[in-house]
Design a protein around this ligand. Structure first.
Ligand code: KG4
Ligand code: ZN
Length: 348
């Protein structure tokens, strides 16, 4: 396989990621996470994340270069996530990428984080099963601790449209908050997933945000999880006030069902509405067992093909950022202006 040799840096949240690709071939994907440092606060603390990136970036970069077996001088370009994400965290990566590009005399590419998540899917990871080529257009559902977005992707280089997003909490954030109120440690997603395995998903009918007929007019592809989180909190409070035990497995399973139901229903609805028979999942919440099975069931029932990249490429990483820059180079797009800075609210 050939194509431009690109190094990508990702620091939008708590993962310091450096990836190296050659065209669509994955050469290295090294990630250092500051998750443990945030655990006692129950969520990502922006200042801690920024400082952790500063501390981890150099060794992560060297590890990626070593893993890829390349020399920095061989690179064709340096890419970085310029937004959206946490301001201070983004600034560390953007500053480092610009410095590297200038020092090496290589072109600099600023990449949108959400588009990067879609780009993860085109990488050929020799360690993972071959999943064939990504076909476009596709609907993409990106769900993590920082975002919950539904996209229509026509091309990876310039035609990505945001169909909808969360109007309050991200799905992963909801998992983390509900885990906390059930007394489970951070990050809560995997904990809830595990607890839910022994529970009854129909035990409690928790609300599905933005799915009423009136919501479907203005917010057809948007998500809301704060009402669900409050409903779980009230349910648990009522039981505790009455001195009754909290059936953690049932609450976890019923909550997980509500999240998986809304995420997959809206993604599959977008496929139908827009006549796009493909859906791609990305983001850390894709690890969720129920999200995966319900997505597979509903995609099959709707005649939609479902793609889920390997989990190491679903969570935040630098390889996906490098992949998008490589696509832009191959499509003949020029580099980004070195004047571009970190933009925490960068739209797609
Ligand atoms: O993409 P990601 O690794 O990074 C950031 O958002 O920074 O996503 C992390 C999020 C956390 O909120 C975590 O609780 C959630 O993904 N998560 C899960 C599962 N594994 C991770 N949520 C539900 N079920 C899981 N199995
Ligand atoms: Zn992300």
């Amino acid at each position: 396989m050939s194509g431009p040799l690109v190094l990508g840096i990702e620091t939008s949240c708590d993962e310091t990621g450096v990836g190296i690709v050659r065209g669509t071939e994955l050469l290295a994907n090294v990630i250092a996470s500051s998750m443990d440092e945030h655990a006692r606060f129950g969520g990502v603390v922006p200042e801690i994340a920024a400082r952790a990136h500063l501390e981890a970036l150099e060794s992560t970069l060297h590890a990626a270069v070593e893993k890829a077996g390349i020399a920095l001088a061989d690179l064709d370009a340096v890419a970085v996530t310029s937004g959206p994400g946490l301001s201070g965290a983004l600034m560390v990566g953007v500053g480092a990428a610009k410095a590297l590009a200038v020092a090496l005399g290589k072109p600099f590419y600023a990449v949108n984080h959400l588009v990067g998540h879609v780009g993860a899917d085109i990488l050929h990871d020799p360690g993972a099963a071959d999943r064939g080529e990504l076909e476009l257009p596709t609907i993409a559902l990106l769900v993590s601790g920082g975002h919950t977005s539904l996209l229509l992707v026509r091309s990876l280089t310039d035609e990505v449209e945001l169909l909808g997003e969360t109007i309050d909490d991200a799905a992963g954030e909801a998992f983390d908050k509900v885990a906390r109120l059930l007394g489970l440690p951070y990050p809560g997603g995997p904990q809830i997933d595990r607890a839910a395995a022994d529970g009854d998903p129909t035990a409690i009918r928790f609300p599905r945000g933005l799915t009423l007929p009136k919501d479907l007019v203005a917010h057809r592809y948007d998500f809301s999880f704060s009402g669900l989180k409050t409903a779980v909190a009230r349910h648990v409070e009522r039981l505790r006030d009455a001195g009754e035990p909290v059936p953690v497995a049932d609450v976890a399973a019923s909550f997980r069902e509500a999240v998986a139901d809304v995420l997959t229903a809206k993604a599959i609805a977008a496929c139908g509405d827009l006549g796009v028979p493909r859906v791609l999942l990305g983001g850390g919440v894709v690890a969720n067992a129920r999200v995966r099975t319900l997505a597979a069931e509903r995609a099959e029932a709707a005649g939609v093909s479902l793609r889920i990249p390997p989990l190491s490429l679903c969570t935040d990483n630098g390889a996906m950022i490098a992949a998008i820059a490589a696509q832009r180079i191959m499509a003949g797009h020029g580099p980004s202006d070195l004047g571009i800075g970190a933009d925490s609210t960068l739209p797609v």
